[in-house]
Design a protein around this ligand. Structure first.
Ligand code: HEC
Length: 221
């Protein structure tokens, strides 16, 4: 009786052993735990011959992600922006590379003070510019005879009284107006000159009011 029980137990042990061996025998790749997901328990997948928990990936490649994202370890993450430049030489002329971006180079100031500039130039907002010219005159008296002061410059008077007198009157009234054979005309005003010029002695002399005024000035009225 005892032998039978022992025999029965032995058969059971052997049977279970064989059964376990058959059921438990899996096709495995040498050196690995699995060769396909089917070799792994539920909830696991075969990765690199290892059964690992199944993780539901966001993505498998960058194309699975939105624009500006890349697929990293199954997750879509913001792509690091591609820098526009690494060095100044990567940028256009007049630009420098700052934090990966080409930006306008701050212009190097040409000067800081007037002394940084050439003669006759002044430093204005970092640039050497032509200095405003020193005015040549402030009033007509600062200029030569026959010239007037216009915007700081002596220019030929539009009507040159001295020249008009010399050309038209000096022959008879003298160079200064009181040293000719004709009467002294110095100090005469435009009205008196106009009247005087109406005499026969002045036939052929035609002057405008402006010219007579210039002669009046020359004669010292
Ligand atoms: C050809 C010679 C001649 C020239 C040129 C001449 N004059 Fe006379 N002028 C005379 C004579 C001569 C008189 C005096 C007689 C008379 O009044 O006509 C005179 C008289 C005058 C008088 C009057 C003087 C007074 O005391 O009443 C005025 C003013 C005068 N001239 C101005 C001029 C001016 C200005 C010019 C130049 C634009 C000029 N004349 C050119 C000969 C000349």
């Amino acid at each position: 009786m005892l032998r039978r029980v022992l025999l029965g137990q032995w058969i059971l042990v052997v049977g279970v052993g064989i059964g376990l061996t058959v059921v438990g025998c899996r096709t495995v790749t040498p050196g690995g735990e699995c060769s396909s997901d089917a070799d792994c328990p539920t909830g696991e997948q075969c990765r690199a011959n290892q059964c690992v928990p199944i993780v539901i990936d966001d993505c498998q490649e960058d194309a699975d992600c939105a624009d500006g994202e890349v697929c990293t370890d199954g997750e879509c993450v913001d792509a690091a922006p591609v820098p526009e430049c690494a060095e100044d030489v990567d940028c256009a002329d007049g630009e420098v590379c700052t934090d990966g971006e080409c930006v306008d180079a701050a212009p190097e100031p040409e000067c800081e003070e007037d002394v940084d500039c050439a003669d006759g130039e002044v430093c204005t907002e970092g640039e050497c510019v032509e200095a405003a010219p020193e005015p040549e005159c402030e009033e007509d008296v600062d200029c030569a005879d026959g010239e007037v002061c216009t915007e700081g410059e002596c220019v030929e008077a539009a009507v040159d009284g001295a020249a008009l007198y010399a050309d038209n009157c000096a022959a008879c009234h003298g160079a200064a107006g009181n040293d000719g054979f004709a009467p002294d005309v110095t100090g005469m005003d435009a009205a008196a000159l106009t009247t005087g010029l109406e005499s026969a002695s002045h036939a052929g002399i035609e002057l405008t009011a402006e010219e007579i005024a210039a002669i009046e000035t020359f004669l010292g009225a």
